[in-house]
Design a protein around this ligand. Sequence first.
Ligand code: ADP
Ligand code: MG
Length: 370
Amino acid sequence: MEPYIPDSLPLDSIDWAAHVSLIGQANAALARYDGMLQGIVNPRLFLSPLTTQEAVLSSRIEGTQASMEEVLEYEADPREEVEPSKYADIQEIINYRRAMGQAVESLEKRPLCLNLIQELHAILLDSVRGRNKSPGQFRRIQNYIAPPGSPIERATFVPPAPDRLLQALDNWEKYLHFQEKDGLVQLAVIKAQFEIIHPFLDGNGRLGRMLVPLFLFDKKLLSSPVFYLSAYLEAHWEIYFARLRAITQKHDWNGWIQFFLTAVVEQAAVNSDRVRGMLRLYENMKSRIVEITHSQFAIQALDAIFSRPIFRGADFPTISGVPTKQTAAALVRQLIEAGILKVMQPAKGRRSAMLGFPELINLVEGRLVV
Ligand SMILES: Nc1ncnc2c1ncn2[C@@H]1O[C@H](COP(=O)(O)OP(=O)(O)O)[C@@H](O)[C@H]1O
Ligand SMILES: [Mg+2]
C-alpha cells in the first residue's frame, strides 16, 4: 500500500443538501446542551468527573484497560501499589486530562493551532510508555495502521509520507480558521483529516478526539469545553474506524460526516442527561447534607465530594477546606452513617479509610460500578 495523499481542504465533495436535516438536529442538540452548561456556576470544576471519564474512554479506544475508579483511587493515594501495566494506563489517562486542562487554559489566550497540538502531545506522552514516541514532535518516519506487531505489508492504512507531512498539516491548520458553512461539519472534517494525516508516532486518535471540545469552544459553539464524544465512539468503534477507512479508500467523506453528526446528536442527548442528573444530585445532596450535619461547612463538604468522589479520609480537611481535623472527621462520619459516602477500603495501620461517593460515580459511569 502506498502512503496516502490527503485530500486538500476545504473539500469540494461535501453533499450539503444530504446533511441538512442532521446538521439542524446536531446544532440544536448541542445548543440545548450548551444552554444547560451556561446555567452552571463553574462548569469545568463541576463537570470534572465527566472530563476524567472522557480521558478513560478515549484512552480505552487506544487500548488502555484502567477504569475511572482505578484512576480516582490512584489519585486518592498515589502511594498505593499498582501493577506496572495498570500504572502505565493510569498515567496515560491522567496525562490526557492534564493535556485537556492545558489546552483550555491556552485557548483562553490564543486560538487552536498546530503549536498547541504539539504541546498537548508532549503532555499526553509524558510517560514511560510515551517516552520513545517523540513526545511533542511530528514524525520523521513512515508509520502505518495495522494489527499490533504486523509489518507494513499488512497495514490497513498507510498515512502520508513524512516529506508530505508539513504540507498536509499546513493545509489542515489553515482550514481550522476557514469560515466553513457549518461548524460541526467542519469539525467532522478536521477530526478525520487529523487522524488520516497521523502526524505523530502515537496518540493521534486521542488528540483527534480531544479536538472535539477544543474546537467547539474555540469556535464559540460551546461556552465551556466540556462536550465529549468518546463514549459514542467507543461503543461504535468498528463503524468509527470503517468510516475513517472509507474516506481514504473511497474518498467517502459524506459517510463519515453523517456518522459524526449522528454521534453529536446522540451523545449530546446522553451528555445532557448526565449533566441534568449531576445537577439534580447536587441539589438533593445539598438539602440532605445540610439537614444531616447542621454544619456551616455542609456546602464545602458537598463541593469536595463532587470534585473528588474518591479520597482518603485523612485528606478531607485539605480537599474541603474545612478548618479543623475534628470538624472534618465528624462530617465524614455523618456522611458515612447517612450512606452518602461508602468505605471502599477500611483504615489500615497509618492509612485512613478510602472513601467514595457512589451515587456520583455511578451516575457518571451510567451504570452501577461502586
Ligand atoms: N483507517 C484509519 N484512518 C485514519 N485513522 C484511523 C484509521 N483507523 C483508526 N484510526 C485512528 O487512529 C487511532 C490510532 O492511532 P494512534 O496514533 O495509536 O492513536 P492513539 O494512540 O491515540 O490511539 C485510532 O484511535 C483511530 O482514531
Ligand atoms: Mg496508539
